[in-house]
Design a protein around this ligand. Structure first.
Ligand code: HEM
Length: 500
C-alpha cells in the first residue's frame, strides 16, 4: 500500500510532465530584471501553465525559469538562494575548471558565447512560450503585455518545427525516462539489478525522494518567512516550508550544428558511396536516421518502456559490434543496471558489488545509468539543410545557423547533466575507450600533450577496431545557463518578495 502524498499536478510547471511536443511552435526569451518590483508584479500575474490535465488540451503554454542571479535580482534573500545547489548558484560558465570538464573550451569557450558567458549577458529569467501553429504571435503579445516595465530583453531564441528530426536528419526525442508519477516505486530500490526505464520523481522534481532514497538539498524556509503560507511543507522536514518542492533545474545550451561539415566528413570517409555514408553516420549516432536502434531487436522487455525502439540494452554487445561503444546514444545512456551482469548467488554478488572482480570494476565505470538520466525537452532552431545542400557545401548565410536549443530537466545538475556531459560525452575515457569523445558533440581538440582525440572506434568482428580519424567539430556551444523552474506556489512566493 502506498502512503506517500499524491502529486499535486497543479503545482508543477507543465513542461516536466508534457514536454509540449504538440505545441510545435516555441520561442524562448532571455530577460534581465530592470525593476524588481515591476518584475515581481508581472510574475504574480503571469499565466504559467501547470502539469494538470486539461480538456480540451490547451493550445498555448507559458513556462518561467530563473538563474540564481535572477533570483537575487528579484530580491530573494541570499540565505534562501544559498539553499540551492552549488552548481546552480555559481552557474554554467562560472569557472575554467567547470568549462574544461563540460568541453567548453576552444570554439566552445564561454567568452565567445552569444549569451550566458559574461555576467551582463547572463539572463535572469527564461520565458518559454509554446503554441500550436498560428497562435504563437498573439500568445506572445498577450503574455508580454506589461512585461517591459520590469525586464530588459537580451535575446530571443526562436525555434523551428522540424517534425521530430534534428538538423543532421536523425529522428530525435525517442528515448525518455518514465517518471513514477504514482509514487509506486520502492524508495531505495538497491537490489534492482536490471536496466529499468522508470525513474523516481525525486530525480527530476525537488522535494521527493530520488534514486538514492534521499531528498536533494533545496531551500527549506522557516514558515514565519512564508506569511501567506503559500509554500508546501517539506515532506522530509514538515516544520519547514519547501521552496524547491515541485520545482526542477533546467539546463539550456544553444548548440549550433554544422550540418554540411557533418555530411561532407562522412561522405569523404566512404568515398562518396551514399549507402555507406548513411551507415557511417548512423554508426556515430547509434540509431538509424529513422530512429531504429542499431542494436536491433534484442528480445528484451524493459520495465517502464512501451516503445519497441527502446526495448534494448547493450548487455549482449559488450564489444560494441552491433552498436559501437562510443556511439552518441550509447555514451549518453549506457543502459546498464546497478550491478555489472554476472551469475546469480551470493559469492558472485559480493564479487561484483564489493569490487573484487576486475572486469566488473571496468564495467562499473558506466554501470549506474539510473542516477544519470535526463529529461530532454530541447527544440531545434534555424532552417533545415537538405542532404544535397549539405554535400554541395552551400555556405550558411549569417542568421541562417541551425542547431538544437538543448534543454534538460533534473533535480541534480552535477549528477545528471554535468556528469553525462563531462564523464560520458566530453570525457576521453569511456568504457574501455581512450582518447576519443562523443563523435557528435565532442570538440575533438588534442590533449595538452598533443595526443589527438579526434578518432572514433568501430569494433569489427575480426581484427582490431576500425578507427575513423580526423573528426572535425560538428557542434559548437553558442550560449548556456542553469535555471530553476519553480513550482507554481514557489513562483507566487518569489513574486511577493520574501522577508529577510
Ligand atoms: C546538437 C547536439 C545533439 C544532437 C544532434 C543529438 C542527437 C541525438 C539523437 C539523434 C538521439 C537519438 C534519439 C533519441 O533517443 O531520442 C539522441 C539521444 C540522446 N541524447 Fe543527444 N544530441 C545532442 C546533444 C546531446 C547532449 C548535449 C546530451 C546530454 C548532455 C544528449 C543526451 C542524449 C541522451 C540522454 C539521449 C538518449 C539516449 C538513450 O536513452 O538511448 N544529447 N541525441
Amino acid at each position: 500500500m502506498n502512503h506517500l502524498p499524491t502529486v499535486d499536478y497543479d503545482d508543477i510547471q507543465g513542461l516536466v510532465r508534457f514536454g509540449y511536443r504538440r505545441l510545435t511552435q516555441a520561442s524562448f526569451l532571455l530577460l534581465r530584471v530592470r525593476d524588481a518590483q515591476a518584475a515581481r508584479n508581472w510574475i504574480a500575474e503571469a499565466p504559467v501553465s501547470s502539469a494538470a490535465t486539461q480538456e480540451p488540451p490547451p493550445t498555448t503554454a507559458l513556462q518561467l525559469a530563473f538563474t540564481s542571479a535572477g533570483l537575487a535580482a528579484l530580491g530573494v534573500p541570499g540565505d534562501i538562494v544559498d539553499g540551492f545547489s552549488h552548481e546552480f548558484i555559481v552557474g554554467m560558465a562560472s569557472d575554467e575548471s567547470r568549462s574544461r570538464r563540460l568541453g567548453d573550451i576552444g570554439p566552445n569557450d564561454p567568452a565567445g558565447w552569444q549569451w550566458g558567458g559574461a555576467p551582463d549577458r547572463l539572463p535572469h529569467l527564461l520565458l518559454m512560450l509554446y503554441a500550436v501553429p498560428g497562435e504563437l504571435g498573439p500568445w506572445a503579445e498577450r503574455v508580454l503585455a506589461g512585461c517591459g516595465e520590469g525586464f530588459d530583453q537580451i535575446g530571443v531564441l526562436s525555434t523551428s518545427d522540424m517534425d521530430g528530426v534534428e538538423p543532421f536528419g536523425f529522428a530525435d526525442g525517442i528515448s525518455e525516462p518514465a517518471l513514477d508519477w504514482q509514487r509506486e516505486r520502492r524508495v531505495r530500490d538497491e537490489e534492482r539489478t536490471a536496466y529499468d526505464n522508470r525513474s523516481c520523481l525525486g530525480e527530476y522534481l525537488l522535494g521527493y525522494p530520488n534514486e538514492y532514497g534521499a531528498y536533494t538539498d533545496r531551500p527549506l524556509i522557516d514558515p514565519a518567512r512564508d506569511s501567506g503560507t503559500m509554500l508546501p511543507k517539506a515532506e522530509d522536514a514538515p516544520a519547514l516550508a519547501d521552496l524547491g518542492r515541485n520545482g526542477s533545474y533546467l539546463v539550456l545550451r544553444q548548440l549550433q550544428q554544422d550540418v554540411a561539415g557533418f555530411w561532407r566528413f562522412v561522405d569523404t570517409q566512404v568515398g562518396g558511396d551514399p549507402m555507406l555514408r548513411q551507415r557511417l553516420a548512423e554508426t556515430l549516432v547509434g540509431r538509424t536516421m529513422a530512429g531504429e536502434p542499431l542494436m536491433g531487436d534484442t528480445g528484451e522487455r524493459i520495465p517502464g518502456e512501451d516503445d519497441p525502439r527502446n526495448s534494448f540494452t547493450y548487455a549482449d554487445d559488450r564489444e560494441g559490434l552491433r552498436c559501437p561503444i562510443g556511439a552518441h546514444i550509447r555514451r549518453s545512456n549506457p543502459r546498464n543496471a546497478d550491478l555489472p551482469p554476472g551469475p546469480p548467488g551470493f559469492v558472485s554478488w559480493a564479487r561484483r558489488t564489493l569490487g573484487f572482480d576486475a572486469e566488473a570494476l571496468a564495467a562499473d565505470r558506466v554501470s549506474s545509468t539510473r542516477f544519470h538520466r535526463l529529461l530532454r525537452r530541447g527544440r531545434e532552431y534555424g532552417r533545415g539543410v537538405s542532404l544535397e545542400q549539405a554535400l554541395a557545401g552551400m555556405p550558411v548565410a549569417d542568421g541562417d545557423a541551425t542547431g538544437l536549443h538543448f534543454i534538460c530537466l533534473g533535480a541534480n545538475i552535477a549528477r545528471q547533466f554535468e556528469f553525462v556531459q563531462s564523464a560520458w560525452l566530453a570525457g576521453l575515457r569511456f568504457d574501455g575507450l581512450a582518447d576519443e569523445s562523443d563523435p557528435l558533440i565532442g570538440h575533438h581538440l588534442p590533449r595538452a600533450d598533443g595526443t589527438p582525440t579526434d578518432g572514433f572506434s568501430v569494433p569489427l568482428e575480426s581484427g582490431p577496431d576500425r578507427r575513423v580519424c580526423g573528426l572535425p567539430q560538428f557542434v559548437t556551444v553558442q550560449g548556456g545557463a542553469y535555471f530553476f523552474l519553480p513550482g507554481l506556489r514557489a513562483l507566487r512566493y518569489l513574486s511577493k518578495g520574501s522577508p529577510p
